[in-house]
Design a protein around this ligand. Sequence first.
Ligand SMILES: *Cc1c(COP(=O)(O)O)cnc(C)c1O
Length: 386
Amino acid sequence: MSHKTPKHFETVAITAGQEFDPTTGSIIPPVYMTSTFVQDGIGGLRGGYEYTRGGNPTRTSLETLLASLEGGKHGLSFASGLAAEDALLRSVLVPGDHVILGNDVYGGTHRLINRIFGRWGVTNETVEMTDLNAVQKALAATPTKILWLETPSNPMMKISDIAELAELGHAAGALVVVDNTFASPYLQQPLSFGADVVVHSTTKYLGGHSDVLGGALVLNDDEVHDAVRFQQFAGGAVSAPMDAWLTVRGIKTLPVRMDRHSANAQAIAEHLVGHAALDAVYYPGLTTHPGHELARRQMKHFGGMLSLSFKGGAKAARKFAESMELFQLAESLGGVESLVNYPAEMTHASVRGTKLEVPDNIIRLSVGIENVTDLIADLDAALPRR
Ligand SMILES: *Cc1c(COP(=O)(O)O)cnc(C)c1O
């Protein structure tokens, strides 16, 4: 029974941390909806669990699964993506430390580092991560504790080179963190390119059904892990058992969903490129995208996110966003249903007036797994006539 051949991603997504319940044979491990655990005498813990903030079997099953998917040693799950980021930052930074961020990281990441950690004496600067010289210069200019990047980036879909950036970051003594939310571990595994920590908003593709918030960290280093594990327990922003269970349930179909998200987005990008109403279609699966070759090396497929730039400016972009039927106007991404977002006033409102501001003629699409012909018809009907 002990065939130890390494399993493929699709198999891991269904099996890692998912042993059936030994008492009843229930194929799905139960949701441990409990805050505390009875002890057999003082300190006599059954299975090591004491109180759910410190650990819960349903959360453990998700954390085991997350670590396996990213090919990492340790997985930690949190109440949201930002809670995961916050726990990591608190574990690593002290007042006076400096963080270098990509200039189009998730707006909430910038807000957290700039406005919350800024008050505790942490400084930051934003750099164009596709420009390795600029990154090297910034690292040389200021001792840096964390180099934080996101690829593909949001919403401009820029691709940055994880392996090169990890090398530059390490040469400067920085911890290299990659927010892998847009790609998901099925399409891209940053630890394999040398990154130190992977961050996820599991709210997006990992959960995949727009019904639960969550966040995760995956890493290999034992010392950083111990610090973050302590922060998770002491700060308390853990994922609740039902949230962890829903996320596990979503992850089982991650590979089939990502294949379809990617195929649909590719077809839509190819259909829209050159449309008379648009200046540009930003999608790394287009051979004309400046990061296309790099994305081919770094990713399995190109993902389900794309952005459009409207010739008619903010007015045309807003009208488009408000006139679709299948693509619903909402923040967030990565669910089975297609969404349209106007970054300037929705997801990226918090970075208005900063260097991270998004042009007001940009529309971001999260392409779902519906029938692609229906999606294209919806887009065509909403676009200004050619
Ligand atoms: C949504 C998102 C986050 C934040 O995650 P929450 O679950 O909303 O807290 C972080 N990074 C990226 C890229 C995201 O899309």
